[in-house]
Design a protein around this ligand. Sequence first.
Ligand code: 5AD
Ligand code: FES
Length: 348
Amino acid sequence: MIEQFKQNRDLSDDELKILIETDEHESNLFKAADAVRRENYGVDVYIRGLIEFTNYCKNNCYYCGIRAGNSNVERYRLASDRILACCDEGYDLGFRTYVLQGGEDPYYTDDMLCDLVSEIKRNHGDCAVTLSLGEKSRESYEAFFDAGADRYLLRHETASEEHYGMLHPDSMSLERRKQCLWDLKDIGYQVGSGFMVGSPYQTTENLISDLRFLQELQPAMIGIGPYITQHDTPFRDFPSGRLDVCLRLISIIRLMFPYVLIPATTALGTIAPNGRELGLSVGANVVMPNLSPVAVRRLYGLYDNKICMGDEAAECRMCLQRRVEAAGYKIAIHRGDVKLKVESGVAV
Ligand code: 5AD
Ligand code: FES
């Protein structure tokens, strides 16, 4: 089955269900995924410096620790000069991509964000800027793109309407989220999407819908990580997602999308001490360490027990280098754009 999967880059829903739910084919799956990753990216691991610049959020997703309804979190916003200083520090550490991530915070106007993006590009012309600011209008996305933003991360979270409704209040809709993703793609961004594994009420069928949606969207990056309990959310009593299921999904995604960028996420490193190394060894090829000032790190608590809370950017960078090399891979110092192979006019 795995050989056929590797050849066709697809399987039936029934076959996917077996790969997701059981460990029957697990070791072959992991090996095949690493082989495909090496064919396309060698041992390179791409790095992105993550700057979590605001933990204000107007949304109320039931799983997320910085949801508007959580009054136990101390809120912060970073001013532009602090964000720019993080980028400068990141540059010296070898980062050539900055990811500006935040809650949906209307305090930052489009003009402020455009100025910030163009300033980063002016200071570091050889770097890519990735935005991860949630749902915005097409006009806003266009303005950021014109200011120089290269990429945008927006996980769809779950591709099932019914499941989406169980994770979010009625004010949010899957349809709108998907429209944002199509708009971003159409504008010309390299788009990243993804979902949580093991979120409350999730079924294997939901996960298969996630994979089918991603086959339609064909994003440049697919970020997945385990759902992790956060003690101040309505989902506080639900258990975190499973490491083995996450790893199998990373491998499945690698075989379906040979060229896609797959991060070994912080959430994966949180549920297991060597989670990110394991992710890299089964198909992931990106890591996104934190460049945010240590003073605000612990306030960006999407979930409990997040790793790297007390570590300076330079410490994280060195720690990561050790981990990547111990796993048998190598950090690449460049923008780390997705590699696209075009066969008969169609990107595969
Ligand atoms: N556990 C794991 N991941 C989470 N995210 C938000 N809350 C949690 C949680 N409790 C993820 C979402 C979001 C990304 C920034 O973090 O998928 O898109
Ligand atoms: Fe941050 Fe290890 S990557 S301390």
